[in-house]
Design a protein around this ligand. Structure first.
Ligand SMILES: Cc1cc2nc3c(=O)[nH]c(=O)nc-3n(C[C@H](O)[C@H](O)[C@H](O)COP(=O)(O)OP(=O)(O)OC[C@H]3O[C@@H](n4cnc5c(N)ncnc54)[C@H](O)[C@@H]3O)c2cc1C
Length: 344
């Protein structure tokens, strides 16, 4: 062994030894990364979270993002998306979200496919726990979205995006000159039914009770609309058309008579409500009665300084991918400014 080779050997051995001691002291290489205090942790990988990732990474904040149990968020359960700007042709929801994820990763967002199980926002740095590991961060962006409440029928999930939808603003356009049904009796259902009359030839509202919960003025507007019909005291027992991969009708059951009938239609809109995914933050972040996070007007700031909320977990009005992406961008900019003002 000549001197040069020997020197390389000794240096490498010393480095390795230092590394091993270092790893040992930290209890394993995996934990070293967890111990470092992050600038930004993003919770959620829908349009809001991934956009926040893109902006935070490009602001040199090295964000860490937890994707949760539904990587890509709600758009992964739909087919054609025609209203997200930048695509001349319709793009499939899962493809759009895969592209967004690749973009976030390419610019430097570290993505961990895990669900956040606990947060502590009462101390600074904040603490986030996922997969039994503990992470610390100076700021947090909450982008946990919302889940559309569904009927829970196997045929409903098989035909989701193939005639079944939970969003009239998103999918109404696909039902030009067709007949559709809307399930629900609240404001959202009546709003969706009224909106759908712009495209469909007939919209039938199916409701389990014999009166609507929607506001009187909306009810009146719907009753006055010649394209809207009502079926009362009735539930959907099955969505028909699984074999044809498109909705061909519904199996309905009248709750008063028990009679089961088949109803022909081309589409089903489930409008029985949404649930924001915010249970994780109960008692720590301000939320409204339905659980939507409250943010200060024109910002993404929550009631806890350094914690920002974006997308459907704080927006019960628009609930669109582009608005979620827009507020995701706002959250990253808000986090960046917060860090700038609080850097010592
Ligand atoms: C069937 C359907 C069709 C739609 N079609 C369109 C359309 O054509 N155009 C349009 O603009 N909008 C459409 N929308 C609405 C659009 O999908 C939503 O507005 C958008 O996805 C909201 O994005 P988000 O990032 O706020 O939340 P979401 O997409 O709901 O994503 C939430 C994310 O948070 C994660 N998460 C939740 N809890 C945790 C946790 N504890 N730890 C870590 N991660 C967590 C989830 O895994 C998920 O990745 C549609 C919605 C549905 C249901």
């Amino acid at each position: 062994m000549d001197y040069a080779k020997c020197s390389v050997f000794v240096t490498s051995a010393a480095f390795l030894c230092t590394l091993v001691v270092h790893i040992d002291l930290l209890g394993g290489i995996g934990e070293k990364r967890e111990l470092m205090t992050r600038n930004v942790i993003i919770i959620g990988s829908g349009a809001a979270g991934l956009t926040a990732g893109i902006y935070a990474a490009r602001a040199n904040l090295s964000p860490l993002l937890f994707s949760g149990s539904q990587p890509g968020g709600q758009l992964t359960i739909t087919s054609d998306v025609e209203n997200y700007p930048g695509f001349a042709e319709a793009i499939l929801g899962p493809t759009l979200m895969e592209e967004m994820r690749k973009q976030a990763a390419r610019v430097g967002t570290e993505i961990i496919d895990a669900n956040v199980s606990k947060v502590n926002l009462k101390q600074q740095p904040f603490v986030v726990e996922a997969d039994g590991k503990r992470y610390e961060s100076k700021t947090i962006i909450v982008a946990t979205g919302a889940s559309a409440l569904l009927l829970g029928l196997p045929s409903e999930s098989k035909l989701m995006g193939k005639g079944v939808s939970a969003c009239a603003t998103c999918d109404g356009f696909f039902f030009k000159n067709q007949e559709v049904a809307v399930v629900g009796g609240g404001d959202t259902a009546i709003e969706e039914a009224t909106f759908l009359t712009k495209f469909a030839t007939k919209v039938t509202v199916i409701h389990r009770r014999n009166e609507l919960r929607a506001s009187k003025i909306m009810q009146q507007r719907a009753r006055d609309n010649p394209k809207i019909a009502f079926i009362w005291d009735t539930v959907v027992e099955d969505v028909l058309g699984v074999d044809q991969e498109r909705v061909t009708g519904l199996k309905l059951k009248n709750l008063k008579t028990g009679k089961v009938t088949e109803f022909r239609c081309d589409g089903l809109f489930v409008a029985i409500g949404h649930k924001p995914n915010t249970d994780l933050f109960t008692g720590q972040l301000a939320m409204n009665e339905q659980g939507y996070l409250i943010t200060k007007k024109s910002t993404t700031e929550t009631n806890v300084a350094g914690v920002f909320a974006c997308g459907d977990c704080q927006d019960h009005v628009y609930r669109q991918a582009v608005t979620a992406a827009g507020t995701g961008c706002m959250a990253a900019i808000d986090a960046e400014r917060f860090l700038q003002h609080h850097s010592s």
